[in-house]
Ligand binder design. Structure first.
Ligand code: CMP
Length: 139
């Protein structure tokens, strides 16, 4: 089915000027960018976006990392966009990511792993709403 998912190009990737190469992989994989903005996350935004991880040992490092530089937040649309995006990104840990995936090619480590993508339909809807209003999404 035609779906939308939420994606972040993380600070490790914007710092290395990799946004174009990452978007090319998403587009080559069959996804369309239907909303996009480059922003700096506030600490409150990062904490709230990643609240599901707040008991994890990596939470405070993750919040520091995600606020350390610009990010590109985007809505991607396509057939089975949620799982397609996850395939194109590769495994969270770049050492386990399949060859050719964004994380295999670009990620620095399990934290600075270049991209985020929604893990299911409910989180996709929530994450899109966290950053975009309906009129900012142009399909
Ligand atoms: P993301 O898909 O954005 O979701 C949670 C993020 O936490 C993950 O990508 C990584 O950037 C970061 N992270 C850091 N350490 C870990 C870990 N041990 N397991 C999972 N995620 C981690």
């Amino acid at each position: 089915a035609l779906e939308r998912t939420f994606s972040i190009i993380k600070p490790d990737a914007t710092r290395r000027n990799l946004t174009g190469q990452i978007i090319a992989k998403l587009e080559d994989g069959g996804l369309r960018v239907v909303a996009q903005k480059r922003i700096r996350l506030s600490e409150d935004q990062a904490k709230s976006f990643y609240a599901v991880h707040k008991e994890r040992p990596f939470y405070s490092d993750l919040v520091s990392f995600m606020t350390s530089g610009p990010v590109v937040v985007q809505v991607l649309e396509g057939e089975n966009a949620i799982s397609r995006n996850r395939e194109i990104m590769g495994a969270t840990n770049p050492s386990e990511a399949a060859p050719g995936t964004i994380r295999a090619e670009f990620a620095e480590n399990i934290e600075a792993n270049s991209v985020h993508g929604s893990d299911g339909p409910d989180t996709a809807a929530e994450e899109i709403k966290f950053f975009f209003t309906d009129d900012e999404i142009v399909g």
